[in-house]
Design a protein around this ligand. Sequence first.
Ligand code: ADE
Length: 330
Amino acid sequence: MDISLLRDAVPPLLEWFRVSKRDLPWRRNRTPYTALVAELMLQQTRVEAVKDRFVQFLAAFPTPEALASADEEEVLKLWEGLGYYSRARNLHRAAKVIAEKGFPATFEEMRALPGVGDYTAGAVCSIALGLPVPAVDGNVLRILSRLYADGSNIDDPSTKAGYAALLREVYPPETADFCEALMELGAIVCVPNGAPMCGACPWSGLCRAHLAGREEAFPVRAEKRARRTVDATVCGLRCGGRYALEKRPAKGLLAGLWQFPFFEGDVPDFGPVLKEKRAKHIFTHVEWRMTGRLIETERELAPYIWVGAEELREKYAVPSAFRAFMEWVK
Ligand code: ADE
């Protein structure tokens, strides 16, 4: 691909970013640690959902040492609602490595931290260490596929590798601004759903998709794999103001997090159902169709643990998949 197009695109992008970037919490008082926390939280999660949680997380764990010495349950509780909880466990483990060995100084050391893949390592190297390492996420794939009117399948790893190689050649000294500007353009101008705002784009005179009036023909992706659906029953068991919780299995979806007794097949007869409510939750590969039942039981049944409403809200990380049923906890 023609490298001069991307080279010409760098200065207007940096200029646009200086003027148009959003004021986001992780762009203030940045340290390598705060950049790492932000990039891990922002993987797969929207900026709006991350903002407050980032501030709360850093208030609780202002340094890698503070995070390293926290309890896992406490870390998961602060991650509540962000989803993909393995990120929280990995960040906790990464903090232990950093507390012991210091913050990574190279891409290879960064990439070796638990939970840190090419994208996160590139972003943190660019943003916090001044290293010219590309970070190619969905936003970057979209803006580059449009800039080049490139019909390569963006789900194909070689497409991502090709863009990373192009970016490496044009990386400017302002590594942090460049990395964030690429993402920012994809987030607020060259948006994923609906028409991009080409009138506000610093690349409107360069973008081959725009010049051909074909912005929305890019990026090209493979057929999406269909999601599996799972029907489940979620039992809100209550006994004298306490609620039954169980820990999910150590492997698989929402591993090791807390839930109301959850059944994919037959459901035991716990007694008369006081309320019933349906909810669904969509994961990457699975959709849960849940029927929630509120049931008052006569005893605190095994094998569950039973906790009061306040304790449940404050101490236990209940994933947002079950948020619809939290209204029963009073
Ligand atoms: N998405 C991923 N990283 C980001 C960042 N640093 N700023 C805004 N959105 C992002």
